[in-house]
Design a binder for this molecule. Structure first.
Ligand code: RAM
Length: 897
């Protein structure tokens, strides 16, 4: 080609490029399979694909899609060798199930999608994405290995093996799991940036394994594998009864690396009799107590090749396969997230050296130190200081929460623990050689790596801090399972807390995968008679369960996830468990009344110390139980309808009518008073529609009167709190809901904020107004349950609402309800369809709302008053499609309402 024709060619290429760009009015982003980006361990035979549509035109909807799947990336992108394709005229773009020929195990499938929209635009084919299928049981050829003899040492064993790859290879996958926790290395490098693998599940039922693409970590020739094991949840201390070895007394490792050579042949490297082990520098490690690391015991280069010292290592012991089922990991892994510099280092009145990181967080401290060999540095963790300013750990109960580092010879080292995490804002440092400087410490937050989906801010700084505290309560307690607290000798998957917070959690972050994983354990640990344990995974007694509002997690969270993510399969998978739970209640109920068994009731409700006036807000526990009996039954009806099980729906509808009738007979006086006159009683009765229609408005008045009687304070505990403001708003007392929200004195959401909280507290008065602490027996400063108000803030302040009839935000309602003199709110939610925004401000008496509606959805916008267009007022309700919109209305009208 001569120069001129090259130029012409370039010009025409550019033109084509420009034209294509111009023509691309729609494109596809955020492609996912089973809620994950290119997942490596998909267990289902019908993986579901989702995509989001980027569109410039308003009112864009998908008219049709075309998906193609194959096993070769290049060919898929050229449309060749496609073994499943699907083209449908539909606006479904979330969770489309693969429906082709049976998938092979441990194989990567590539896929691509393009769509047409309602305006006649066609998107280009999306980038090629993939999912990889999990192993079938017969694929496991590795053997379980452990130490030789009994596994009684507190130290962490290091397992090691070298092997050689003799030919050029194209791919290598590692499949790893452990009893205990593992940290795996290849050629001296961690195989991944994830922590606390294999995660915590109901180990006796199933144990997760992880899949890593280790192609880049391996090399031709000799390679080394090195894996450290820790006790973790499996063998370490678990629960408040000082249990050890709960799941088993022997740590074990199962690892299989499958290499595919360029010539198509394969080789597998397994854990087996050929491995060796020795004890390393982790002298003791336990989730509650912390870790002791003696750098003098390090074995330099042990996880790499050319480590000759392993001549003196011991041959491993072999372990029988247990009864557990190995399952592919389905939720997000734990990763390192935010890091915090030391804000200040100071001496307490007691003379201790303490570091303040400014945020109560969950994770650990990375410590830089240099000193004489044998120097012992102890880091202790605490959430709060006493009113005198001293380091306070009594509320950690028996959890030592201490990391101890013993230095080797005078070289600078950076320490961090491996198999433990602590909940802390302050760290006490003892034994540090030389002067401790802020740059010697970094606090690292670790939690399940969920994508942040929600943003919420207002013109009020205290509310913004509350939202911050809610988010940090979530971060600290979503460490592989949803826990009540992250710091004391507990840290358990308390079901009541999880159900109270699930909706708020789903606004803040994408928790679909996280809860899908945990719900499997809810079903796995459910007793054959339907009883749901108090904590999941269950480490209490098998029959410690069936508490109203706790066990109902089995119906509540599946439904919440269905509504938030449009995930019908969660309902399908959990449906039997949901029914079994309602079946359990029916089996213990008499005349349709659930009035037996032990219940936590409205846990941690308002209760003054010296209660001569009888102001404690005690709600009859069986009254509460009856409302949750109804709620769970209602959710089974909802699920039955979604799943097309009409007979079930009818049967449970009949049951529900009986449950409500029994409630009215037992707990409501003819004039409309509940036998417990508490806020929680009215809130639950109203929220779950327990009362005859005619009495609802007056009951809401009683609720308001009660709130006023406490000087506009809430008195609710774990069960009433999540619904309190919702009920007030629903029954036209939005102003009272705002009064509760804005209340700054105890008990209220903003009281802890005023007291300097950076997370949500377990109790309304974790720190009392005089600076003293609540009982150390149970006083966590990082407990998300009361953070459930976040759901109301997103729904009513930002106005962002989904719709049960078209879940996953396919249909949206934007209905902001301003109040309390707040002049602006900005809300965002990255829905399964894309980004949704709803932000408003009030200027010169005009309420101004800006909205972004994602493509392929529709929204109903309901303004607080009639819309103001060209100086004229029209309806306050509009139906819109995707795009950016602006609305205005007069605030005077709102105030007049
Ligand atoms: C304590 C915690 C937890 C709660 C149970 C009933 O362990 O407060 O959050 O769910 O009690």
């Amino acid at each position: 080609m001569n120069i001129i024709s090259t130029k012409c060619f370039l010009l025409s290429a550019l033109l084509t490029l420009n034209l294509t760009v111009f023509a691309q009015k729609i494109s596809l982003t955020d492609l996912e399979v089973e809620h994950l980006n290119n997942p490596l361990s998909v267990e289902t035979s019908a993986p579901r694909m989702s995509w989001k549509i980027n569109a410039t035109a308003k009112e864009t909807k998908q008219a049709s899609y075309e998906i193609r799947v194959g096993t070769d990336k290049n060919e898929v992108s050229k449309g060749k060798n496609i073994f499943w394709k699907s083209a449908k005229n539909t606006d479904q773009s979330v969770l489309i199930a693969y429906d082709g020929p049976a998938l092979e195990s441990k194989k990567r499938y590539y896929w691509q999608v393009r769509i047409k929209d309602n305006h006649g635009n066609t998107s280009p084919w999306s980038a090629v994405q993939y999912w990889q299928t999990s192993l079938k049981p017969a694929d496991w050829t590795a053997k379980w290995i452990t130490v030789s003899g009994k596994d009684t040492s507190a130290r962490s064993p290091l397992f090691r093996k070298e092997f050689s790859l003799k030919k050029p290879f194209k791919s290598a996958m590692a499949y790893i799991t452990a009893k205990g926790l593992y940290e795996a290395n290849i050629n001296g490098q961690r195989v991944s940036d994830t922590y606390f693998a294999p995660g915590w599940t109901s180990y006796k039922n199933h144990l997760q394994y992880q899949v890593y693409d280790v192609t880049a970590a391996l090399k031709s020739g000799v390679n080394a594998l090195g894996v450290t094991l820790g006790n973790g949840w499996y063998k370490g201390r678990i629960g408040f009864n000082n249990q050890k070895n709960f799941y088993g007394d022997t740590r074990g490792l199962l690892m299989q690396i499958e290499v595919e050579y360029n010539d198509g042949t394969k080789e597998t490297i397994n854990t087996d009799e050929s491995w060796k082990y020795a004890y390393g520098p982790i002298m003791a490690s336990d989730i509650y107590d912390g870790e002791t690391y003696d750098a003098r015991m390090e074995k330099a280069g042990w996880a790499n090749t050319r480590y000759k010292e392993d001549a003196s290592w011991t041959g491993v012991g072999m372990m029988e396969k247990g009864p557990e089922r190995l399952v592919a990991m389905s939720g997000p892994p734990v990763r390192k997230r935010e890091q915090f510099k030391a804000l200040k280092i100071f001496k307490t009145p007691a003379g201790e050296t303490v570091v303040d990181f400014g945020q109560n967080l969950v994770g650990w401290v990375m410590l830089k130190a240099k000193g004489a060999a044998g120097t012992k540095i102890t880091l202790s963790h605490a959430e709060v200081l006493t009113k005198e300013g001293n380091f306070y750990t009594v509320n950690l109960r028996s959890a030592k929460a201490q990391d101890i580092y013993i230095l080797k010879e005078n070289t600078e080292q950076i320490f961090e623990p491996h198999f433990t995490f602590q909940g802390f804002r302050y760290v006490k440092v003892e034994g540090y050689p030389g002067e401790l400087k802020p740059e010697d410490l970094t606090a690292v937050a670790l939690y399940s790596d969920m994508e942040v989906t929600g943003k919420f801010s207002t013109s009020n700084a205290l509310l913004n801090q509350l939202q911050h505290n809610i988010q940090w309560g979530q971060k600290g307690n979503f460490v592989d399972v949803p826990t009540d607290c992250p710091q004391r000798d507990e840290r358990l998957g308390w079901t009541g807390d999880a159900q109270a917070f699930a909706n708020t959690a789903a606004y803040n972050m994408n928790v679909a995968g996280f809860f899908t994983k945990w719900l499997k354990d809810v079903a796995a640990d459910q007793q054959p008679n339907g009883l749901i344990p108090h904590v999941i995974p269950n480490v209490l007694g098998p029959n410690d369960g069936a508490s109203a509002g706790w066990a109902d997690v089995s119906t509540i969270i599946p439904w919440d996830m269905y509504v938030a993510y449009g995930d019908r399969r969660i309902l399908e998978t959990q449906y039997e468990s949901m029914k079994k739970w309602v079946g359990y209640i029916s089996s213990v109920a008499k005349d349709n009344l659930w009035n037996s068994g032990g219940h936590f009731g409205d846990w941690l409700f308002y209760r003054p110390d010296d209660d001569n006036d009888g102001r404690a807000a005690v709600t009859d526990k069986y009254l509460i139980a009856q409302t949750f009996y109804a709620h769970s039954t209602q959710l089974v009806i909802n699920a039955a309808k979604v799943l097309g099980k009409q007979e079930d729906a009818d049967r449970y509808a009949k049951l529900l009518a009986d449950i409500k009738a029994a409630f009215v007979k037992e707990y409501l006086t003819p004039s409309g008073r509940l036998v417990s006159g508490t806020q929680t009683a009215y809130v639950l009765a109203l929220n779950f529609d327990m009362l005859p229609e005619a009495l609802r408005a007056s009951s809401a008045e009683r609720l308001v009167a009660n709130i006023q009687n406490y000087g506009n304070h809430l008195t609710t505990g774990f069960l009433g709190t999540p619904y309190l403001c919702h009920v007030l708003t629903r029954y036209d007392h939005n102003d009272v809901a705002y009064k509760l929200l804005m209340q700054e004195s105890y008990p209220s959401w903003l009281y802890p904020v005023k007291m300097g909280a950076t997370t949500i507290w377990e109790r309304w008065d974790g720190i009392k107004p005089n600076g003293s602490f609540q009982t150390p027996d149970m006083n966590s400063y990082n407990h998300y349950a009361y953070g459930a108000i976040g759901d109301w803030m997103y729904r009513n302040m930002a106005g962002i609402n989904g719709d049960e009839s078209a879940p996953g935000y396919k249909k949206i309602t934007i209905r902001p309800k301003p109040g309390a003199g707040i002049t602006s709110v900005a809300g965002e939610l990255d829905t399964p369809y894309g980004l949704l925004k709803s932000s408003w401000k009030i200027e010169n008496g005009i309420f101004k709302l800006d909205v972004l509606v994602p493509a392929n959805t529709t929204a109903t916008v309901i303004l607080p008053a009639a819309e103001l267009k060209d100086g004229k007022e029209t309806s306050n309700k509009s139906e819109i499609g995707s795009g950016v919109y602006h609305f205005e209305c007069r605030m005077a009208q709102v105030a007049a309402k």
